[in-house]
Design a protein around this ligand. Structure first.
Ligand SMILES: [Zn+2]
Ligand SMILES: [Zn+2]
Length: 245
């Protein structure tokens, strides 16, 4: 894969900005916060269309100081981010509070309980003009405060055009005592996906190949493109009518 010039540097800079912002925010709001998760080694692939899109997700975890309520902490976070060009687009809290005590919030709506809490929480979402997003999740019933930052999705590599592979065996190169694989006809690679291990699919761009299940090679000959006649099963022999002719 050919790197797109400058793309990785751009993504690293976006991640650095995000780390700095979340580090500051966490230190201000929840002194002594655990910042260890701010430094993932690699960005993750979040869009598998061609070219694939990468993003960093960075996190910090803090404890809400005693005496400071969850709504107050969220308001403070909104204020700090708002002053730094972040657009606080979404604040949830009252709605989630209203559900407290019912079983509606017990992990069924994707906004599951933070560990150690009662289940309901206050969530603040802020967006930066550079495309980064910060989410502050404050557990209303426990001390956990989670800061999650996501960079925008960036393509790091030139789009790659897929080329169907050349067969590993042909009628002219098959080893004596062997026959071309009846499944892939000598291709060796998985004949369903062409050796990619995946097929183009929506919405994420790819789905696992149902034929080889990401192993990339033909499931019958395991990549050899040919099968030894002496080891053919009775069923496999039926694929070669010429053997019993
Ligand atoms: Zn095969
Ligand atoms: Zn396959």
């Amino acid at each position: 894969m050919a790197e797109l010039p400058g793309a990785r540097v751009e993504l690293e800079l976006l991640a650095d900005d995000l780390r700095e912002r979340i580090g500051e925010l966490a230190e201000r709001l929840t002194p002594g916060a655990d910042l260890g998760m701010l430094f993932p080694r690699e960005p993750s692939v979040v869009d598998r269309h061609e070219p694939p899109g990468f993003r960093y997700t960075v996190m910090a975890r803090g404890r809400r100081p005693g005496g400071l309520g969850a709504p107050a902490l969220v308001a403070h976070a909104a204020d700090l981010l708002g002053r730094l060009d972040w657009d606080v687009t979404d604040r949830e809290g009252d709605a989630e509070d209203a559900k407290a005590g019912t079983d509606a919030e017990a992990g069924t709506d994707g906004r599951a309980a933070l560990s150690g809490g009662t289940g309901h929480r206050h969530v603040l979402t802020a967006r930066h003009p550079d495309g980064s997003v910060i989410e502050v999740r404050v557990d209303a019933g426990g001390p956990t405060v989670l800061y999650i930052g996501r960079t925008p999705v960036v393509a790091l590599y030139e789009p790659e055009e897929f080329r169907w592979p050349e067969p590993v065996r042909t009628p002219g190169t098959v080893t004596p005592g062997h026959l071309l694989c009846y499944e892939c006809d000598g291709l060796g690679a998985c004949a369903c996906c062409g050796g990619r291990g995946w097929l183009p699919d929506e919405p994420h761009g790819r789905s696992r190949c149902p034929e080889c299940a990401t192993r990339r090679v033909c499931p019958i000959c395991r990549g050899a493109g040919q099968l030894p006649v002496s080891l053919l099963s009775p069923y496999q022999r039926t694929m070669y009518p010429e053997l019993d002719g």
